[in-house]
Design a protein around this ligand. Sequence first.
Ligand SMILES: Cc1cc2nc3c(=O)[nH]c(=O)nc-3n(C[C@H](O)[C@H](O)[C@H](O)COP(=O)(O)OP(=O)(O)OC[C@H]3O[C@@H](n4cnc5c(N)ncnc54)[C@H](O)[C@@H]3O)c2cc1C
Length: 290
Amino acid sequence: MSTYAGQAAENVTLPSSLDEAVAALAAMPSAVPVAGGTDLMAAVNSGLLRPAALVGLGRISEIRGWQYADGAALLGAGLTHARMGRPDFAALIPALAAAARSAGPPQIRNAGTLGGNIVTAAPTGDALPVLAALEASVILAGPEGDRELPVSHLLTGMDPLRPGELLAFVRIPLLHAPQTFLKATGRTGPGRATASVALVVDPARRQVRCSVGAVAPVPLRPLEAEQWVAGLIDWDGERTLAPEACTAFGEYVAAACIPDQPGVELPPAAVQLRRTVATLSRRALGRALA
Ligand SMILES: Cc1cc2nc3c(=O)[nH]c(=O)nc-3n(C[C@H](O)[C@H](O)[C@H](O)COP(=O)(O)OP(=O)(O)OC[C@H]3O[C@@H](n4cnc5c(N)ncnc54)[C@H](O)[C@@H]3O)c2cc1C
């Protein structure tokens, strides 16, 4: 983002390590971190944000890749969608790769990062339901040191970023388990999700974990539907389900995420959204079990 210096702030710092970035934020409490700038510059250009200073994260190589740690993948917050969409990453975390490949047009995928997707926390953030289904955690670096918390705590605002903190890494348990991500967009073609579903079939914990994105401010986990369908699976056998069971699961998920209101008829848009979520959930389960 070579243009943001002139447009948004005269004061731009470009640290080359996480420590330097944390120090820069401590020295300039009014500064705003910027990674790919795809969300931030949209806010600046529309007049919603006028940052006094920027701390650019694009030169911090330690957060642009990933490493392995204790059965988990430690993903740098600066990983771009384009990088996560590549085959070597897809072999590691297929559902996150699928989400990354579906996130906007190529120029957005080349610049936009995992960390920016999480911190923006838009309902349509494609990485978010995947991280919820995989039960990921985030590692935050700040002036008081590092701390780690479940991604859901950050997304729901239960434990928000504190002043001067940066999202440094995302820890994802490596499951060796089938996982899928499916997304529905508007009729005008590819773009932001109207609904998305991430699903993991985890034989080690005998769990099906499902997360629905874009239908609420944060990804939703339909826990009763997950438990119900996990109870139908023969975990010691072939782990297949009849199509009727997958259909019933889809309807269970959809009704949990878009519930009936007592005494009120569901508006047509909600009925349509429920159908979409039911279809995505049915297909996601079918593909994960295939
Ligand atoms: C045309 C268009 C289409 C898009 N389509 C999609 C789509 O289909 N799916 C989708 O999910 N998203 C989409 N997006 C949104 C966007 O591209 C993503 O959310 C992207 O991942 C944001 O990452 P970024 O690096 O550009 O974040 P930035 O814009 O740099 O930052 C976003 C916010 O996060 C903060 N931030 C960034 N990194 C850190 C960090 N490491 N620590 C602390 N704070 C940080 C910034 O201060 C800012 O508040 C689209 C955007 C555009 C403009």
